[in-house]
Design a protein around this ligand. Sequence first.
Ligand code: NDP
Length: 248
Amino acid sequence: MSHSIKGKTVVVTGGSKGIGKGIAQVFAKHGSNVAIVARDLNVANRAAADIGSNVKAFYGDVTDGDSMKIVARGINQTFGSIDVVCSNAGIFPSATLENMKSKDWDIVMNTNTKGTFHTVQACLPYLKQAEYGRIVITSSITGPVTGYPGWSHYAASKAAQLGFMRTAALELAGDNITVNAVMPGNILTEGLEGLGQDYLDEMAASIPMKKLGSVEDIGYAALFLASKEAGYITGQTIIVDGGQILPE
Ligand code: NDP
């Protein structure tokens, strides 16, 4: 499977940290050229240098459609193609329904859901020119499958990504572009660490495998969905959660 990804250009939004960095590492290890997109270029440049010489950092803000068009053009100019898009950038601030402000809702939807739209739309002209195109969206089990108190905006944003994913899969099937999603459970990242040790301990204890996932766990699911061999899979989701959502 991995040989088919060698030499392909892979865009990873939010590739400077956490799950995105894990996705970037897995693709780079298998010979892809990887474009990390994030707002903090210092952090992104450090991540690119950490991962390897086939990885470059680009400034992009997924909430801004024009910014994403500029970065997609730059990535295509640098690497000569865009074959795979991993729409992964996301935020998960917490606010209860009673305390949530309208602007709290908007920033989460604009980053997680509209950000995926901006990313896919900006990369589409290049994906259409590729031998075959792959879009992999990082959704979540929270929203599509479960809820979590304090995350109504986040859950809505992650469920909405799946509606987008299925519709994009239908629209792009004739262009030899597949669109799928990975749905992580609880994966140990800086973002998740920000929720506090109590949350991490409580989660690990509640997962059948008794541990949080690693960023590479998500990277390998994305690698499979992006491979040539997964070319007949579209509009689907892969849950990577250590058994968290299984009923006992
Ligand atoms: P992190 O907070 O560790 O990393 C988030 C990344 O997204 C950073 O690279 C950040 O860079 C980037 N980012 C945030 N906002 C923007 C923006 N407006 N434009 C461009 N890049 C942006 O998060 P995780 O790795 O934990 O999460 C990544 C994805 O995985 C998210 O979509 C999240 O919903 C999903 N997920 C995570 C789970 C987990 O357990 N960790 C579980 C389920 C899903 P910068 O700030 O420099 O822009």
